[in-house]
Design a protein around this ligand. Structure first.
Ligand code: ZN
Ligand code: ZN
Length: 378
């Protein structure tokens, strides 16, 4: 069958909206009619090519983008019992098997089934189901949610309640749990903490909201764009600053010169310098969580080694915010329904045809999270 979709033909080229060919679902697969999809910076790493090693560049184009999607199941493959036609779902870039050593030890976000984005095949099982102008597509995160419909593995989607608006729901697919969990789970924010969040896109604003709900006394939100600082202030930040350097005196004042209890780094691109700066505003015995993606293979990182041995600081990585990819979306939508997590204030919607405008508005800090809609309404 046919579907309108956003495709990139080579590194650094713009999205082009065109028709792709989608095969129907086989065993263990479903066809999803995507209603809405957020623009996550991971898509941008692929479009721009900065996350793609040169030796495999040819394999990731033409690229079908999108992994932060929400939609409705319209067909199920033979023998599928986990989902039914009409189920509302959100995408999951982190499939879970429920059986491996990671799933069975509380670390499902790093399940063995969560193979690298670069692994061959368009679905988790390696199947090929999507073509453009006769060529096989590289399907982002085995999902490709910048499309009216794609065929995906049942392990790559999570059922949600049908009363949740899909424009908002798509955010719990990637950005919100990643940011929220980085503060609350990986950072372990406790009541009374001083928290610093660096970078206020979808992940950072989610980290701010998580820190607020976990009881942080002070949340210092840092971003060069004023509009994003304003959004953070509305959603829980107690202080804002344009840069880590600008925030440093404030953080010192709030912590008797010690540094923040939890620092969350969610800039568009993490560099060694940002990591070092983040650790420098982290208090002794405290945690700096690095969430955003950096350039693969970038070294060195100019960190003072004394920060670890003498000051007992930690740097922690974070995939999916350390949350369970199967339960976290449902849990977070429960908070949304209860008015404790504001997704509506984070999103700006665009028709799929305007995806390049959505990307430009994101890059220039005019929006927190751009969401493209595949149809007129969702
Ligand atoms: Zn993402
Ligand atoms: Zn597993």
């Amino acid at each position: 069958m046919k579907a309108k979709a956003a495709v990139v033909w080579g590194p650094g080229e713009p999205w082009t909206v065109e028709e792709i060919e989608v095969d129907p679902p086989g065993p263990g697969e479903v066809l999803v009619e995507w209603a809405a999809s957020g623009l996550c910076h991971s898509d941008e790493h692929f479009r721009s090519g900065d996350r793609v090693p040169a030796e495999i560049e040819e394999t990731v184009f033409p690229l079908l983008g999108g992994h932060e999607g929400a939609g409705i199941v319209s067909q199920v493959g033979p023998g599928v019992t986990e989902l039914a036609v009409g189920d509302h779902v959100v995408a999951s870039f982190a499939p879970t098997c429920g059986k491996c050593r990671y799933c069975t030890s509380g670390r499902a976000m790093i399940c063995d089934a969560n193979r690298d984005f670069m692994a061959p095949g368009q679905l988790v099982d390696g199947a090929i189901k999507h073509r453009v102008r006769g060529r096989d597509l590289f399907v982002m995160a085995k999902l490709g949610t910048f499309a009216e419909r794609t065929t995906v593995s049942v392990n790559s989607v999570i059922r949600i309640d049908a009363d949740i608006p899909l424009d908002a729901a798509c955010l719990v697919s990637c950005g919100v749990p990643t940011g929220w969990g980085s503060a609350v789970v990986r950072g372990g924010v406790r009541p009374g903490d001083v928290v610093a969040v660096v970078g206020l896109g979808g992940l950072g604003i989610s980290a701010v909201q998580g820190a607020r709900l976990a009881g942080a006394a002070h949340i210092v939100a840092i971003d060069p764009f004023e509009s994003r600082r304003d959004s953070a202030a509305k959603l829980g930040a107690t202080r804002v600053a344009a840069s880590i350097e600008d925030a440093r005196p404030d953080i010192a004042h709030l912590t008797n010169g010690q540094g923040a209890d939890v620092v969350v780094l969610t800039p568009s691109v993490v560099t060694g310098e940002i990591l070092a700066e983040g650790l420098s505003i982290t208090g002794k015995g405290c945690v700096c969580v690095s969430v955003g993606m950096g350039e693969l293979g970038q070294t060195p990182v100019p960190i003072d080694i004394g920060m670890f041995s003498l000051l007992h600081k930690e740097i922690r990585g974070s995939l999916f915010g350390g949350m369970n990819p199967r339960s976290a979306p449902v849990q977070l939508l429960g908070l949304y329904r209860d008015g404790l997590l504001d997704l509506d204030a984070m999103i700006t919607t665009y028709p799929l045809d305007d995806i390049n405008t959505a990307l430009a508005d994101t890059s220039q800090g005019r929006v927190v999270r751009a969401v493209v809609r595949m149809g007129a309404a969702s």
